[in-house]
Design a protein. Structure first.
Length: 322
C-alpha cells in the first residue's frame, strides 16, 4: 500500500477522526452509507470497546462503504479513501502520518480524546474531528485541540443521537463548527472543502493577510476591542481568518468584511478565534491526574525518610504556574 499523504490532484491528506460510543453503530452506518468513496480523506474510527470484545466491525462496515476498511496496525501509514478501526484492548495515535498502537493502559480510558489530540499535533489544520452518539464526555478535550490547531469539528445533533452525552459535552465546549445528523455530515464536509478559495489558500494561509482588505478587518477589530492585530503572526492570522471565511460561506474577503461590519456576533467570533490560547497549565488532564494520585504521593512518602524533594514549575501563557 502506498502512503497517500499527497493524493494526486489534491493537497496534503486530511484525516477524519470519528469518535463513537453507545448508540454509535447506527450513527456510523448512516455516516458511511452517505459518504462518497473518493473524498481524498482518510477515516479513523475510534470506539469504546471492552478489552476482550471480538469486533466484527471490519465486516460490518464493508457493507456500508466501498472504501477499504481495515483494523489499524502499528506503524500503518494512512492512505486516502481508506477506513481504519481501533482494535480492542488498544490505544491509537497518529504520528508522522502513521498510526501507532499500544496496549490499553489501566485506569480511565479516553481513547477518542487521545487520538484527536494526536491528530491536532501531527496534522494541524488538516485534522477533522467528528463526535457521534455516546455517553460521557470522551472527545470534548480532543476537539478543543483540533479547533485550536485550525482543524474542523463536527458533532452529531443531540436529537439524532441515541445517547447525547458525548455530543452535548462537545457542543458545550464552544469549539464546534457544525452540528448535523450523521446522514448530513458527508455532504457538509464536501461542501466545506469544495470552496476553491480555500484550496487556493492551502499552500500559504498568510496569503489571506496579503490581501489589501485585511486592513479593513484590522480596523474593525481595533475599533471594537482596542487591539491592533496587524503585527500578529501572518500565518496564524491567515489560518484563523480563512477558517471564519469558510464557515460563513463568503465568496470573497470583501463579502466577509461586509459581514463583519453588519454582524457583531461574527466580529466577536473572529476576535475569539484570533485570541485562542494553545497553552494551558493543566492541558493534559489525565497526566496531571496521574501525577496527583500516584506520583506525588510516592515522592512525598520517599521524602519523609530524609530524601530531598525538589519541584520545578514550568511557565505557560495563561500564568497559571504562578
Amino acid at each position: 500500500m502506498t502512503v497517500a499523504s499527497e493524493p494526486e490532484g489534491a493537497g496534503p491528506l486530511r484525516v477524519v477522526g470519528i469518535g463513537a460510543s453507545a448508540g454509535g453503530l447506527e450513527a456510523l452506518e448512516q455516516l458511511f452509507r452517505a459518504m462518497p468513496e473518493d473524498t481524498g480523506m482518510a477515516f479513523v474510527v475510534v470506539q469504546h470497546l471492552s478489552p476482550n470484545f471480538k469486533s466484527q466491525m471490519v465486516e460490518l462496515m464493508g457493507r456500508w462503504t466501498r472504501m477499504q476498511v481495515r483494523e489499524a496496525e502499528h506503524e500503518m501509514p494512512l492512505a486516502a479513501n481508506d477506513v481504519y478501526l481501533l482494535p480492542p484492548n488498544a490505544e491509537l495515535i497518529v504520528s508522522a502520518g502513521r498510526l501507532l498502537l499500544k496496549e490499553r493502559s489501566e485506569g480511565l480510558a479516553l481513547p477518542i480524546d487521545q487520538f484527536l489530540r494526536s491528530c491536532a499535533r501531527d496534522l494541524g489544520d488538516r485534522s477533522i474531528a467528528i463526535i457521534l452518539s455516546g455517553t460521557g464526555s470522551d472527545g470534548s478535550r480532543g476537539i478543543r485541540e483540533v479547533h485550536e490547531a485550525g482543524g474542523l469539528v463536527v458533532v452529531q445533533s443531540e436529537e439524532s443521537a441515541k445517547f447525547d452525552g458525548m455530543p452535548k459535552s462537545a457542543i458545550e465546549t464552544g469549539m464546534v463548527d457544525y452540528v448535523a445528523s450523521p446522514r448530513e455530515i458527508p455532504a457538509l464536509l464536501l461542501k466545506h472543502f469544495a470552496d476553491p478559495k480555500a484550496a487556493s489558500l492551502d499552500a500559504d494561509p498568510a496569503d489571506v493577510v496579503k490581501l489589501g482588505g485585511m486592513r479593513a478587518v484590522f480596523a474593525l477589530l481595533n475599533e471594537r476591542y482596542g487591539i491592533d492585530f496587524s503585527s500578529y503572526k501572518p500565518g496564524t492570522i491567515g489560518r484563523r481568518t480563512e477558517r471564519r471565511l469558510q464557515l460563513n460561506k463568503s465568496d470573497s474577503l470583501a463579502e466577509y468584511i461586509e459581514r463583519l461590519r453588519n454582524d457583531r456576533g461574527e466580529l466577536d467570533a473572529l476576535y475569539q478565534d484570533l485570541l485562542i490560547g494553545v497553552t494551558e497549565f493543566f492541558r493534559d488532564s489525565e497526566a496531571f491526574e496521574l501525577l496527583e494520585l500516584q506520583i506525588l504521593p510516592q515522592l512525598i512518602t520517599e521524602s519523609l525518610s530524609g530524601k530531598e524533594l525538589r519541584v520545578w514549575a514550568a511557565g505557560c501563557a495563561t500564568g497559571e504556574e504562578a
